[in-house]
Design a protein around this ligand. Structure first.
Ligand code: NAG
Ligand code: NAG
Ligand code: NAG
Ligand code: NAG
Ligand code: NAG
Ligand code: NAG
Ligand code: NAG
Length: 512
């Protein structure tokens, strides 16, 4: 009965949120279709009264951030065989602060977005960056080309107008992170943009120096456009070329360049650090992140670079990619944090490649929703300050990509149909990006489980925002439902709500 009454109230206050138009491609879930006449959207998150707990749910069964309004102390009958109490204590904001969530303005994303009618281009940018969307606060930009271009090149990207539009629709200050895939070929000892290769000579020498100046020129160009860059990674996946050579005897067939941790340390000390500072891009203006490669590698990079005071003074954080993530190497994030607690950690690239398959876009895949959510929660629970997805938009094949390295993306564009599809992964990121603005700090929470503990199907994380709001995210990857109780330790109040099989909920409440 309580539920019915609340539902009536809820309908009364809600403004016209557009619902999802589902389409099932037979991949175990659905996409939401956006065309010129209809596209689903979200509401802005507003402060609520003290007793109110608002919960947003997405599920394999079809919910897409659907909202319910609950009240602390509200009675509820247990519905599941397992119940979990999440004890949330705001006085224990012991962990890292959020830097942001976002995606990458690759050439491929730009080409796909621009292939849509003007009105849909605008909608798509709003979906990612606007208050009616998922409120991304980070954008990654390749310096020069990447494989997600139509050819290998070094020049000015086509995405600048899109970045400006994203900034215009956002109520946040969008932070840009730039990464080179390769130095210009003439600086490299293999004389090409592809297949790895090193800068010629040694750090402190002519070519390393030229590369530092090249990065500064890029920063100048963006500043001149009125969109200053918040931070850079020194090189995209600098170790991967060597790693692939070792395990599979191949070299990256696309724009790439190699740095060892030692070379990056010396480049920072002898070239990049001093040159950036002299040009007005010191550590408090433009943050430098090291590594920007797979999680198994990061402990060693921290040891070599953070362990050297002279190099470390120019470094703000550690960037890493998700492709080799597994449950055992998440602990590397703790190692990196413990090596230097003053530096942040950021996940700067992730996408599903459907490795070993011929098809690289699976429209509607719920599996991908869960893979994204599991990864984000794991990272957040190990000191990571944010999470950046790869291409903002790809075509139905997963491109364009000039070496046919097709992958999946949260938004897939079908230009001929004049429509785009929002994948479950889009809503997966939304459960974090929309509720955790920069500055939100992770809480120490504890779990008490009642019922079968054999299969660990519940993943959770909790934060307190700078406006005092408390946010709890709970993901159920199991086939059976769980009764979840959010128990606010300070307020001595709790609320119990059912978390269905294969669903995720974000709870938000204000007690101040
Ligand atoms: C609870 O467990 C019983 C016995 O195993 C089972 O029959 C029932 O379907 C379960 N209920 C739920 C909601 O999972
Ligand atoms: C480039 O430099 C690396 C590291 O010194 C070296 O291993 C490699 O053989 C060089 N490549 C070429 C083509 O000279
Ligand atoms: C940079 O910021 C840090 C921390 O905010 C501060 O302690 C330091 O004085 C700043 N340095 C400069 C050169 O402004
Ligand atoms: C996880 O990855 C590491 C490399 O970081 C590897 O050594 C290990 O075998 C992997 N573990 C599992 C459980 O797959
Ligand atoms: C894209 O649109 C075309 C033209 O309407 C249609 O034939 C095709 O099936 C669509 N592709 C997908 C994946 O929906
Ligand atoms: C987190 O809270 C629990 C329960 O209050 C406490 O036992 C634990 O020590 C806390 N962890 C940290 C790192 O303070
Ligand atoms: C939840 O609140 C009720 C009523 O205030 C109380 O009886 C119960 O013990 C609380 N549960 C937890 C887990 O604290």
């Amino acid at each position: 009965m309580d539920f019915l009454i609340l539902k009536i109230v809820f309908i009364g206050v809600v403004h016209s949120r557009e619902g999802c138009v589902h389409k099932d491609y037979g991949n175990g879930g659905t996409v939401c279709v956006c065309d010129e006449s209809h596209c689903d959207d979200l509401e802005a998150i507003h402060r609520t009264d003290k007793q109110v707990v608002t919960v947003y749910e997405s599920s394999k069964s079809g919910h897409r951030l659907d909202k319910s309004v609950l009240n602390f102390g509200q009675k509820s009958v247990p519905k599941a065989n397992k119940s979990v109490t999440i004890n949330v204590d705001k006085s224990q904001a012991l962990y890292q602060a959020i830097i942001g969530f976002g995606g990458a303005f690759t050439d491929a994303a730009g080409i796909n977005i621009k292939s849509l009618p003007q009105i849909l281009q605008k909608r798509l940018i709003e979906d990612y960056f606007g208050e009616t969307g998922i409120e991304y606060t980070l954008g990654r930009i390749p310096i020069g080309g990447s494989d997600f271009s139509t050819h290998a090149y070094i020049s000015v990207p086509i995405e600048i107008p899109l970045i400006k539009e994203a900034k215009a629709v956002s109520k946040h200050d969008i932070r840009l992170i730039a990464s080179p895939w390769s130095a210009p070929a003439w600086m490299k000892n293999n004389s090409e943009l592809n297949h790895g290769g090193f800068l010629i000579g040694q750090p402190g020498g002519k070519y390393y120096n030229a590369f530092a100046n090249y990065l500064v020129k890029f920063l100048d160009a963006y500043k001149a456009q009125g969109i200053p860059v918040w931070g850079i990674t020194i090189e995209n996946e600098p170790e991967m070329a060597i790693y692939l050579g070792k395990i599979r005897n191949i070299k990256h067939p696309f724009n790439s360049m190699t740095f060892t941790p030692e070379l990056q340390r010396d480049f920072l000390k002898l070239d990049l650090g001093p040159i950036m500072s002299a040009a007005g891009y010191g550590p408090n203006v433009t943050r430098v992140m090291v590594c920007d490669d797979q999680r198994p590698f990061i402990s060693q990079w921290a040891q070599v670079i953070y362990g050297d005071k002279e190099a470390a003074q120019y470094v703000s954080g550690m960037a890493f990619h998700w492709y080799l993530n597994n449950v055992s190497n998440a602990v590397n994030l703790d190692t990196v944090h413990n090596q230097d607690q003053s530096k942040f950690i950021l996940s700067t690239e992730a996408c599903e490649m459907w490795m070993g398959k011929d098809q690289h876009v699976y429209l509607g895949s719920w599996q991908l929703f869960e893979k994204y959510a599991i990864d984000i929660i794991m990272d957040l629970n190990h000191w990571t300050g944010g999470w950046v997805d790869w291409n903002l938009a790809l075509d139905t094949r997963g491109g364009p990509n000039w070496v046919n390295n097709f992958v999946d993306a949260p938004i897939i564009v079908n230009a001929t149909a004049r429509e785009y599809y929002k994948q479950p992964s889009f809503y997966s990121i939304a459960h974090f990006s929309k509720f955790l603005p920069p500055g939100a700090q992770r809480l120490n929470h504890t779990l008490a489980v009642d019922g079968p503990t054999d299969a660990d199907t519940l993943l959770t994380t909790s934060f307190v925002r700078t406006d005092g709001g408390t946010v709890v995210v709970a993901l159920n990857v199991g086939d059976t439902p769980i009764d979840v109780t959010i128990n606010d330790v300070k307020q001595r109040q709790n609320i119990t709500h059912l978390l269905s099989a294969h669903s995720m909920q974000t709870y938000i409440y204000f007690d101040n």
